[in-house]
Design a protein around this ligand. Structure first.
Ligand code: UTP
Length: 461
């Protein structure tokens, strides 16, 4: 079928509306973008009702997931055994790191990839640098290379690569940093289902969600690279959480000892209706019910001891078996697309750019946690939110999840570590610790002279 016939067939001929005004290069761009579209899929996603899930019914069957709890004084397996198993995998070079950084960061409103946001409260280090420092420290401790698989998107790829190249790969070995660019999905007009043009020669495309990870890893040969390097486990984190403890041995160890295919680090929800995904178990399968889908009666239900029954909040830190992701490549085509009603700038029929003030379009995204119920076995491991989670989502001034909140969380953590090590920080004094100097409270305790006093802002690196 010819190009124009395809567009006709799917009611999308408006995409060629400015064709006569385009030069050869622009025409080629537009043609390539259109050729990439799975029109059947878009039609299905826009015309079919989103599969209606009866969340109330599901929630009524939801149980707390199989978990290693923080307040369990004697978990089985023990923490020591888990750490030992994780350390063995790290020393054996069996662990790879996946960092996803393809999001558009629209809420933050920063004009570069979010990974380049300067988050270090004193150092001004970027999110990318913060993660690279942690990874370098883990490699140093275990004496093995941990390859970094860094997922970008067309929105972040070029700037991210240039940033790494211009900054000596942030101290990492370029040979072991693998950038891979995720796919995109076109945005459609919410009312008509028509694809939107961002420019006369360009569709409005956006990254296909962190669930695009599986297809992108496969498409760029990353799974093959990992396999040939002996990587058995991937540690997964998102670029916007500067507290994420990349490649934490305990989490890896619990994953291995439980023979889990996909393990999730969770935190205890602070209150029943907190805006995090609820990690639950339904019919023996671990899965996530978004806070917006969980009816209040189940969100607030309590266990006999008065604590929240559905307590586990998702913080998007996972460990995957490589073999699980390989098997997921075929299945991942089946991961559902979620629809998000968002503001998307577009060209109107007269070629004028419209910047809508209210949501006008539907974006389609896959979510990585939809892999959870496909795992033969999945467990969750609880961590202390103050030690592992401070996402940078919103611009300063917002109520939650801003850079200022994340910086305060980092400084609080470092103060706790220093004080536990016997140091004293004068009131109001800020001390930032680079993981290359100390990765955790125990590291700090070994490095610091008890009685050390910090009387002025200090960056320990
Ligand atoms: P969010 O869903 O919070 O999106 O992504 P975002 O891009 O950071 O911010 P908003 O919603 O536009 O304001 C959580 C994590 O998943 C990554 C992001 O880079 C972030 O680390 N992500 C998200 C991707 O890698 N690809 C995507 O398509 C979406």
């Amino acid at each position: 079928m010819r190009f124009s016939e395809i567009l006709e067939e799917y009611g999308q001929t408006h995409l060629m509306q400015f064709w006569d005004e385009l030069d050869a290069a622009q025409r080629a761009t537009l043609e390539a973008q259109i050729a990439d579209i799975d029109f059947d899929l878009i039609r299905r996603l826009t015309t079919e009702q989103e599969a209606t899930v009866d969340w109330a019914e599901l929630a009524s069957r939801a149980e707390p997931p199989p978990a290693i709890r923080l307040d369990d004084p004697a978990p089985s397996p023990s923490r020591t055994a888990a750490v030992a198993a994780g350390e063995e995998a790290l020393r054996g070079g069996q662990v790879g790191m996946i960092l996803v950084a393809g999001g558009q960061g629209t809420r933050l409103g920063f004009d570069q990839p979010k990974g380049m946001f300067p988050i270090g409260p004193i150092s001004g280090r970027t999110l990318y640098q913060t993660h690279a420092d942690r990874l370098a420290a883990v490699m140093q401790r275990y004496g093995r290379t941990i390859p970094l698989f860094l997922m970008t998107s067309p929105a972040t790829d070029a700037a991210t690569r240039a940033y790494f190249a211009d900054h000596d790969f942030l101290g990492l070995d370029p040979q072991h940093v693998h950038f891979f660019c995720q796919g995109t999905m076109p945005a459609v007009d919410a009312a008509s289902g028509k694809l939107l043009l961002e420019e006369k020669h360009q569709l409005a495309l956006s990254p296909d969600g962190h669930g695009g990870l599986v297809a992108a890893l496969d498409r760029h040969g990353c799974l093959e690279t990992a396999r040939t390097q002996g990587i058995e486990y991937f540690y997964y984190a998102q670029v916007d959480n500067p507290l994420a403890r990349l490649c934490e041995p305990e989490l890896i160890g619990y994953h291995i000892l439980a023979a889990s295919e996909m393990t999730t680090q969770v935190v205890k929800k602070r209150f029943a209706t907190e805006k995090v995904g609820n990690v639950v178990s339904i019919d023996g399968k671990v899965q996530i019910i978004e806070y917006s889908d969980l009816p209040e009666e189940y969100a607030t239900a309590t266990a006999p001891d008065g604590s929240l029954r559905l307590w586990a909040g998702n913080i998007a830190i996972h460990v995957f078996n490589r073999s699980f992701l390989e098997a997921a490549v075929d299945a991942a085509g089946g991961l559902p697309f979620h629809r998000a009603h968002k503001k998307v700038a577009y060209l109107d029929a007269s070629g004028r750019k419209v910047d809508p003030e209210t949501p006008n379009a539907i974006k389609f995204e896959r979510f990585v946690f939809d892999l959870l119920p496909t795992a033969q076995r999945a467990i969750v491991v609880e961590a202390d939110a103050a030690e592992v989670f401070a996402p940078v989502k919103n611009a300063d001034g917002a109520e939650v999840d801003t850079p200022a909140h994340a910086q305060a969380a980092l400084l609080d953590q470092h103060r706790r570590w220093l004080e536990a090590g016997g140091a004293e920080c004068a009131p109001g004094v800020r001390v930032e610790v680079n993981p290359r100097w100390a990765m955790d409270a125990e590291d700090v305790r070994q490095r610091i002279e008890p009685g050390t006093r910090f009387a002025a802002d200090t960056y320990l690196r």
